[in-house]
Design a protein around this ligand. Sequence first.
Ligand code: SF4
Length: 243
Amino acid sequence: MAITKTDFMRGMQCRKMLWLDKHKPGLRVIPPEVQARLDAGNDFGDQAMGMFGPYEEMTVYLPGKRIPDKKAMLANTQDALARGVEVICEAAFSNYNNYCAVDILRKTEKGHDFYEVKNAPEVHEQFIRDAGFQYYIITRSGLKIDRIFIVIHGQEEENPFVPVDVTTQAKGYYHWINDHIWDLNRMQKEADEVQAEPGEQCSNPYECWYYGYCHGEKNRDDTEQLSCVPLDGTASETGKGTA
Ligand code: SF4
C-alpha cells in the first residue's frame, strides 16, 4: 500500500480522510453535483488528450473493473518512452511504489514537458501541488522534466484548452512532498482509526466525502440523493481519477 497523487492530496487535506479511504471506503458518500463535476472533469481530460495531435494512451483496467492496472500502465509507459512516442497520455510512473499517472507527457528537445488538465477557469494552488507530486515521482523514477503546465478551461468553444506554465512553482513543492509522503505512507497502514477533529479541512479545498460520518449525521434528509462510490474508482477531483 503506497501513495498515489490522489492519496497524497487527500491525506494532506486531512490524515483521517486518507485513513478512511484505506480502511473504511464504504463510508464514502459523494453528492450527485460533485459526481457530475468529476464526470465533466473526466470528459474534459479525455478531450484534451488530442490537443497536440496524435497520441498514445497508456490506460489499462483490471479485467472486468474500472480500476487502473498500474503494473500494465507502468510497463506500457516504459515501452512508449523507449519507442520515442511524442505525446503519451496517462503516462504512469512509480517510485518505491508511490505512483502517479500524468495526463499528457510531451517529448521536447530538452527532455519532456507534462500537462495536468483541470476543468476549471483558473489555476488554483492545489492544482500546482498536484503537478508538484507528479514532478516528484517522475523525477525520482529517472525521467528528466523540463516544463510543467496546468491546462485550464478557456473561453473559446473551438479550442478551450489553455496551458499555463507553472514550472517554477510546481518544482518548488519537491521538498514539501518529500517531507510528507513517507509519513502518510506509514500513517495509512496504522490499524487503529486515525483521529482528527472536524474543522475547516472538512470543506477546504474540497468537501470531504466522510462529512456525515465524522459529523455524526446518520440520518441526513438527503441520504437517498447521495451515492457511495468504490475506492480507486472514477471518483477523483482530477482527470480520469487514476491518480
Ligand atoms: S469530515 Fe473532516 S475530519 Fe472527517 S475525515 Fe473528512 S476532513 Fe477529516
